[in-house]
Design a binder for this molecule. Structure first.
Ligand SMILES: [Zn+2]
Length: 198
């Protein structure tokens, strides 16, 4: 129905989350109508993030060099680590202004259904940091859903014997939801009201 380049664009756009076939088609036609300059700015922005943004060597947050901005910031408390699932969760927690420590981004959560176990996540690297960096508290801020809770419980079992404080963000967040969808105030309270894992 379409010229092959147009079909390719629609196919690629329809792979984006929340974009169905219809929306992909509408976006493709929008891009065809738009000026070369504007359409290419989008293409360049995509290729630039893919070229320049990688993962922090320490915490696996997004970084445009070997270290992310948070790991590189010496004013941050280096004894507390907040463990999250995704780089977007770092942004959510930073927005609360309640946390001055550093992060560890697991790159997902344990999910037997999807075949994701601890080996697929950055768990080994977390354990290494905890022993090497003199960490006194680990805050488990995985999502308040089944996978996030299972991941928090798994990590608590590994971390507790090391003799540091292990806490879990308080409930009160929408259950089954993602940190991403919690507003700053609610997430800030959940962080402040964190409890030691027994
Ligand atoms: Zn980092």
């Amino acid at each position: 129905m379409y010229a092959p380049p147009v079909q390719r664009l629609i196919t690629e756009l329809s792979k984006l989350p929340g974009v169905g076939g219809r929306t992909a088609q509408r976006l493709a036609f929008h891009l065809l109508r738009t000026s070369d300059e504007e359409a290419l700015a989008l293409a360049r922005a995509i290729s630039e993030v893919k070229e320049r943004i990688g993962l922090c060597e320490t915490c696996f947050n997004l970084a445009d060099g070997p270290s992310c901005r948070i790991c590189a910031d010496e004013r941050r408390d280096s004894e507390v680590i907040c463990v999250v699932e995704e780089p977007s969760d770092v942004i959510s927690i930073e927005r609360t202004h309640e946390f001055r420590g550093r992060y560890h981004v697991l790159q997902g959560a344990i999910s037997p259904i999807e075949g994701i176990g601890p080996e697929q996540l950055r768990v080994r690297e977390l354990m290494r940091r905890v022993t090497d960096e003199g960490i006194t508290e680990v805050i488990l801020a995985t999502n308040p859903n089944i996978e996030g809770e299972a991941t928090a419980m798994y990590l608590a079992r590994l971390l507790k014997p090391l003799g540091l404080t292990v806490t879990r963000i308080a409930s009160g967040l929408p259950v089954g939801g993602d940190l991403e969808y919690a507003d700053e105030v609610t997430l800030g309270r959940a962080l402040e009201g964190r409890r030691e894992v027994g």
